[in-house]
Write a protein that binds this ligand. Structure first.
Ligand code: GLU
Length: 462
């Protein structure tokens, strides 16, 4: 089976989570079948499209690693092609010039509303056998309307929603070109899907209503119809449409907040799709498993806590040296001179971090001067404990510098002074790091290294 899918965002804002999920599914479907994934930028809405939004889409796709095989195609660069197809449809009788003015169309709609009918173009300029069209008004540029079939219905088997049927009588004769000749939205989409030989249109279900119009245009073009799969929306945990209230909705806010692209992809993949109970899987597995048979018909819910949980998983399973490369730029105030190896420090701290920012801030422990709180020092650095700390400091000169040997030495010091672990560990933590919460003290000591430990203990015990 030849599969060609596309992601066709309108560059009117950032790439939001819903768009990224659509892109991911279209991409994975193409990859699953060894097909082609196309990126098309639908930038014909000149008032709302911006180059910054185009860049945001490209950046988001690049960060997620959703590489396209063809494109990006920009609709604004395809205007000649759309004009050519408009001319073709005019020539073969599938479209016609309509000289009704906007005011006339509005008045027509108002009459229909008053009569309790669905407002639609009344076909005044639609040619028909034996019909005489009104005289062409002087100085008025026509729009081009598509001859939508008058009877019958459009049915497609939606790959997500199942069969959908819409009566042609529900549809207007769509304007496909404005008075200045510029083509309109649904027409461009249909021409592109045909020219780009798209086999599967996977998109948000806000486009269900456009589909029968596009199908009718594709029929008029003599094009092969793609299959359509409309993905249900992503909602917030409160069941409302996803918005800023629910956390960041722009994909590119996530790298800045310390999320890994692998985590975002894995999380997005589960929004509306499942493979048994699998929660954590690689993109290779996702591509292998992904089909359109296991898509949910109901809206997915965006859950930031689950995203954080998935991110924590990927942080824990990312190699320490690789994490160090990502985290180092985030540690702006860190003193790296003479300090422990960052990868090893991260290895101690990453377990409980939900974001790279949390990794960075936890790891700062090893890269700043300790400034223990005076009251805490009074509480933990008691006269009873000082001799044990002094012995510990002395034995640091000669002990083999391994976690096991340090742990054994701590035990001996505790025994010889009749102390319990926290009585020694707490002041050690304070003097070495300035805080009471650290990973296991033997691991912390080993990581700091002999000379830094000795220096800080001597300073603290002065
Ligand atoms: N440009 C449309 C959007 O951003 C998508 C069109 C399509 O996928 O057919 O919502």
């Amino acid at each position: 089976m030849i599969v060609r899918t596309r992601f066709a965002p309108s560059p009117t804002g950032y790439l939001h989570l819903g768009g990224a999920r659509t892109a991911l599914f279209a991409w994975a479907y193409a990859r699953h079948f060894g097909g082609t994934f196309i990126l098309r930028i639908e930038d014909t809405d000149l008032e709302r499209s911006t180059p910054q939004a185009v860049q945001a889409i490209l950046d988001g796709m690049a960060w997620l690693g959703l590489q396209h095989d063809e494109g990006p195609f920009y609709q604004m660069q395809r205007m000649d092609r759309y004009r050519e197809v408009v001319a073709q449809l005019l020539a073969n009788g599938s479209a016609y010039h309509c000289y009704s003015s906007p005011a006339e169309v509005e008045a027509m709609r108002e009459r229909q509303r008053l009569a309790g009918d669905k407002p639609r173009y009344d076909g005044a300029w639609r040619p028909a056998p034996g019909k005489t069209l009104p005289p062409v008004p002087a100085d008025r540029q026509p729009v081009v309307r598509f001859c939508n079939p008058l009877d019958g219905e459009v049915t497609w088997i939606d790959l997500v929603k199942g069969p959908i049927t819409i009566a042609n009588r529900e549809m207007d004769d769509l304007v496909i070109a404005r008075p200045d000749g510029t083509p309109t939205y649904n027409f461009c989409v249909a021409v592109d899907d045909s020219d780009m030989e798209i086999t599967h249109v996977i998109r948000g279900d806000d486009h269900v209503n456009n589909t029968p119009r596009q199908i009718n245009i594709l029929h008029a073009l003599g094009a092969k119809l793609p299959e359509y799969g409309h993905l249900p929306m992503i909602l917030g945990t409160d069941g409302e449409k996803l918005s800023k209230r629910h956390g960041a909705v722009s994909v590119m806010d996530y790298p800045a907040q310390g999320f890994l692209p692998e985590a975002m992809l894995n999380y997005l993949a589960r929004l509306g799709w499942s493979h048994g109970d699998e929660e954590i899987f690689s993109m290779a597995q996702f591509i292998e498993w992904f089909d359109l048979d296991h898509l949910s018909k109901s809206p997915a819910q965006f859950n930031p806590e689950k995203l954080a949980w998935v991110n924590n998983h990927y942080i824990k399973h990312t190699d320490d040296a690789q994490l160090a490369g990502l985290v180092r730029p985030l540690m702006v105030d860190a003193q790296f001179d003479g300090s422990p190896d960052l990868a090893r420090a991260i290895g101690l701290m990453k377990e409980r971090a939900n974001t790279l920012i949390e990794v960075a801030s936890a790891t700062m422990l090893f890269y700043r001067q300790p400034q223990p709180d005076a009251a805490l020092l009074t509480q933990h650095l008691t006269e009873a404990v000082k001799p044990a700390l002094a012995e510990f400091a002395t034995r640091c000169e000669t002990v083999e510098w391994s976690k096991a040997a340090i742990a054994a030495m701590i035990k001996e010091v505790l025994t010889s002074h009749g102390l319990k672990m926290p009585q020694l560990a707490m002041p050690l933590r304070l003097l070495l790091t300035g805080q009471l919460q650290t990973p296991a003290i033997d691991a912390v000591i080993e990581l700091f290294g002999r000379s830094l430990v000795q220096k800080r203990l001597l300073n603290g015990l002065e």
